[in-house]
Ligand binder design. Structure first.
Ligand SMILES: Nc1ncnc2c1ncn2[C@@H]1O[C@H](COP(=O)(O)OP(=O)(O)OP(=O)(O)O)[C@@H](O)[C@H]1O
Length: 243
């Protein structure tokens, strides 16, 4: 499913947080939302999944205008803070999410096997989540978000607080999910993660300052590092204010 945003605008308490953002994320691609803390990445994801509504503009998945209840079963979301139950085992957590997605018992049982394999938690399925490390919780949270085989997957800073080795393995899992045809939108402020994505949307102060194929974005820099584009944007803002 592709995702289309047209002139999306959102304010909180009269402060514009998302400013007139338009973009199209093609089906089956990984797009990262890259930007400093507070730039608006989470808000943009919440607008896309229909958790909040835009003040102006529209969000569409293929031909369907969001928010739309019929899309719930096609959308996966992994929030920044894991929404897991500490007192339940990994498996029981997944059973709970399967119930939310209204999956039938047989389908759920086989899908739980599959997702536990994907995130490499099969051997820990009976353990209580309270005994999990931060990385294991992230992986379980990812398993929960893909349990119902969504067509579009939104991941909000999935690798925060994760060591580089585990980060590598989590990205391998995203690539695996992409190969199955899922469109992935992932927010991050780790600039190096951009190389894992097909396209990157650079968000600065609620504005989309760049959106292109990662290779093309890197070609716009002298250093080959995406940070440069943010430094340029900051310079433009200061320059604008000085005039
Ligand atoms: N419900 C809300 N009410 C008021 N202000 C909000 C609300 N949600 C977000 N904001 C503000 O909107 C701006 C963007 O926040 P958002 O969480 O989208 O940024 P972010 O890029 O995801 O940041 P981080 O990387 O730290 O998660 C911030 O200034 C934040 O304080």
């Amino acid at each position: 499913m592709d995702i289309q945003l047209k002139k999306v605008h959102k304010s909180f308490e009269k402060k514009a947080v998302i400013k007139d953002i338009s973009l199209v994320i093609p089906s089956g691609e990984i797009c990262c939302l890259l930007g400093p803390s507070g730039s608006g990445k989470t808000t943009l994801i919440r607008l896309m999944i229909g958790a909040i509504s835009a003040d102006q503009g529209s969000v569409q998945f293929d031909e369907v205008k969001m928010p739309n209840r019929s899309m719930l079963s096609k959308v996966g979301f992994m929030p920044q803070n894991d929404a897991l139950y500490d007192d339940l085992s990994a498996e029981a957590n997944l059973e709970f999410f399967g119930g939310l997605y209204q999956m039938n018992k047989k389908e759920l049982a086989s899908r739980i096997e599959e997702v536990l394999e994907i995130v490499e938690l099969t051997d820990h399925r009976q353990k209580h989540v309270r005994n999990f490390s931060g990385g294991m919780k992230k992986r379980l949270s990812l398993a929960a978000s893909i349990l119902h085989s969504p067509s579009v997957l939104f991941l909000d800073e999935p690798t925060v607080g994760i060591d580089p080795v585990l980060r590598r393995s989590i990205w391998e899992q995203f690539q695996k999910i992409k190969r199955e045809g899922t469109t992935i939108v992932v927010s991050t402020h780790v600039m190096d993660e951009v190389s894992e994505c097909d396209k990157a949307a650079l968000i600065y102060n609620g504005e989309l300052i760049q959106y292109d194929e990662v290779q093309k974005l890197l070609e716009k820099t002298e250093s080959g590092r995406v940070e440069e584009l943010f430094i340029q944007a900051a310079g433009n803002v200061q320059g604008g204010e000085a005039k």
